[in-house]
Design a protein around this ligand. Structure first.
Ligand SMILES: [Zn+2]
Length: 289
């Protein structure tokens, strides 16, 4: 009799949960998670390098990742920034694509740190900066891993890093070769888009819902579309962009689109370096200014 009662009770509880699942609000989604906040934080640094990208990530498993390394003149600043955080090793270096505003300081960084793995897309450039970078990688005795959609960098219990683009291997615009990465820690995820334009972003079929979006191509109007933002649904957006840059980045239309999703929009030209940390549940933002 006791057993039947318990079964009935569990049925009621199960149906209770089902009702909860139908609740559309964000807060109930959070409550459903089995992940409890951790004392090990993920800290994402969006380093101000003027008109370029440099993203350093302290992972909760103790490893580190650098996605892009700014322009040539900021190579030493990036080295100093990472050294000041207390690291002499970068476990994963990702060069999203071989444009000088993303690989400019990378040779200097690779020379300064022990590097375990380097990921690059299958795209080439004839620029001196790129050739110099390849030489540095070779001199260090490192080999390059191809970055493309489906590549898993990390697949741990509560920490996943997966590449969701590029999906194709032939684009006319070098920006579209950009490696796009999704990092998920507990309930919180980050999407790093490099300079990927709409053509590549539209090809993504995997789940790209993310709390924090590193906005594509310095906020240009050729990267962030309404359709893309609908899939990402960002709560925080960071635009890595130089003050008074000649490209007119970020586009006013991109800011307006982002504002439909969030008012938590940060720009490195206005805020300086932006640091977003999470315990896997809660998100905390600090800015230089
Ligand atoms: Zn760029």
């Amino acid at each position: 009799m006791k057993k039947i009662f318990l079964s009935l009770l569990s049925l009621i509880l199960v149906s209770g949960c089902t009702n909860l699942n139908l609740e559309p609000s964000n807060s109930s989604e959070r409550e459903e998670s089995a992940f409890t906040p951790s004392s090990d934080e993920l800290v994402a640094h969006f380093i101000d390098v003027g008109q370029g990208d440099a993203n350093f990530i302290e992972l909760p498993n103790g490893e580190t990742m650098l996605i892009d390394a700014g322009i040539a003149s900021t190579g030493d600043d990036i080295v100093e920034y990472i050294e000041n955080l207390g690291y002499d090793t970068i476990d994963y270096v990702v060069s999203t694509h071989p444009h000088a505003d993303h690989i400019g300081g990378m040779a200097e960084v690779i020379e300064a740190f022990d590097v375990d793995a380097i990921y690059m897309p299958k795209a080439v450039s004839t620029s001196k900066t790129y050739e110099n970078l390849l030489e540095t990688i070779q001199d260090k005795g490192l080999s390059i891993k191809t970055g493309k959609s489906g590549v898993k960098v990390l697949d741990e219990d509560n920490l996943d890093i997966v590449m969701v683009a590029p999906s194709s291997d032939d684009y006319s615009n070098l920006n579209n070769y950009s490696i796009v990465l999704k990092i998920t820690y507990g309930d919180v995820s980050f999407l790093y888009t490099g300079d990927a334009e709409e053509e590549s972003l539209e090809e993504i079929t995997s789940d790209i819902k993310a709390d924090v979006l590193k906005v594509g191509h310095h906020g240009s109007d050729t990267s962030t579309s309404e359709e893309f933002l609908e899939k990402v649904n960002p709560q925080y957006a960071v635009i890595s962009v130089g003050e008074k840059n000649s490209y007119g980045h970020p586009a006013a239309s991109t800011i307006e689109l982002l504002q439909e999703y969030t008012n938590n929009i940060y720009q490195t030209d206005l805020n300086g370096t932006v640091v977003i940390s999470t315990d896997g549940v809660n998100i905390n933002v600090k800015t230089e200014r």
